[in-house]
Design a protein around this ligand. Structure first.
Ligand SMILES: C[S@@+](CC[C@H](N)C(=O)[O-])C[C@H]1O[C@@H](n2cnc3c(N)ncnc32)[C@H](O)[C@@H]1O
Length: 347
């Protein structure tokens, strides 16, 4: 034993109540290496650990994409790297995983986790970029295209759970909603620039919000701009107070956040470009799987796959959507709205 006094482990943050409620206080979840047993209990209770993300429909996606040693695989939405980790392992030896994500805050952490798995350094190529640019990246790196491509659309649990990203109406934080906070306008700034008709259009087109007109005409109070997530939620509760149930109010609030998120990240135009380029990104016989989380995304995926199939670019497409089993939905409630579609590039 050393004669020198050992440094004390850092004190856990102080918090009120029995369990930590705020993201930064969740010291066990933010240090998974030290608290594995406690964290398994949290997972068994159907929650997602703060700072992580649980891959959805993983066995089904692996069955559809059928990754094999030597394959070139693309994960266009790396997130926490849950799907990527399995793809990377399955294509060894000799395979290459190209992973992209637009999020500059989470991407380096996910890259470090994947590199720590110990696969050859050149089996992994990571780029912070919008997947709308995938065709260009592949033309530069793998001109014959990829054997398989995965896109798991929307936002990660790390983005939702981190109050400073402003994705959740349940946690107070700046009303930001950008996947890349270094680009474009935050949702708070966007709100100051929209006219009521423009806001109504965004709410209707991006989230099918039935109360779009009422919300758009009532939300604007130039004397007190909305700058935080909970201010927006509070304003919406006031505007929608005549709805019969709080569940309906909460659903509308959720849709308003979704619509603003889609607007600030220009999600539909990125998705349309990605879908249009996909056939050219795949090798003949290459496979594609796309997970979507709301009807606006799924409609686009469905129509794009169908029109490329009719043009002969795909030899087969999913006849219907695949959904998580009731067991998966129970153990990971965030999987509940997921819809999976696939396609196979013509030979
Ligand atoms: C649902 S998460 C992916 C989770 C991942 N499959 C996993 O297992 O951890 C979606 C990710 O896609 C990223 N993303 C969304 N739209 C994007 C786009 N247009 N280009 C690149 N990344 C995007 C988000 O930043 C987020 O990290």
């Amino acid at each position: 034993m050393s004669d020198f006094p050992q440094p004390k482990p850092p004190r856990r943050p102080r918090y009120s109540g029995k369990n930590p409620r705020n993201f930064s206080e969740k010291y066990k979840e933010l240090h998974p290496d030290r608290y594995a047993d406690d964290l398994q209990k949290i997972l068994d209770s159907g929650k997602t650990l703060a700072g992580s993300h649980r891959p959805i429909l993983l066995p089904e996606i692996l069955r559809i994409l059928n990754p094999q040693p030597g394959h070139i695989a693309v994960d266009a939405t790396l997130g926490y790297g849950g799907h990527a980790r399995e793809l990377l392992a399955a294509i060894q030896p000799g395979g290459l995983l190209i992973a992209t994500d637009t999020d500059p805050l989470e991407l380096p952490k996910s890259e470090a986790r994947l590199r720590a798995l110990g696969f050859p350094p050149d089996s992994l190529l990571i780029r912070r970029m919008n997947f709308a640019g995938l065709q260009k990246l592949l033309a530069e790196t793998t001109p014959h295209g990829a054997d398989l491509i995965l896109a798991d659309l929307g936002v990660s649990s790390m983005q939702i759970d981190n109050p400073s990203r402003g994705f959740s109406f349940k946690i107070d934080g700046p009303l930001d909603l950008r996947m890349n906070p270094q680009r474009g306008l935050s949702a708070a700034s966007l709100l100051t620039k929209l006219s009521p008709p423009q806001l109504e259009k965004i709410l209707t087109e991006n989230a099918d919000e039935p109360h779009a007109a009422l919300i758009a005409s009532s939300l604007f109070t130039p004397s007190s701009p909305i700058i935080t997530t909970t201010q927006l939620a509070h304003r919406l509760r006031q505007i929608l107070q005549t709805l019969p149930t709080t569940t309906e109010v909460d659903l509308s609030i959720r849709r308003v956040f979704q619509a603003l998120r889609i607007a600030v990240n220009d999600e539909f135009s990125a998705l349309d470009t990605f879908l249009r380029h996909l056939p050219k990104c795949l090798k003949p016989g290459g496979r594609l799987a796309i997970l979507s989380f709301h009807s606006g995304e799924d409609r686009r995926v469905k129509h794009a796959l169908k029109s490329s199939f009719l043009l002969g670019d795909y030899s087969a497409i999913a006849p219907d959507i695949l959904r998580p089993t009731p067991d998966e939905q129970r153990s990971n409630p965030r999987s509940s709205s997921a819809k999976l579609r696939w396609a196979i590039r013509s030979a």
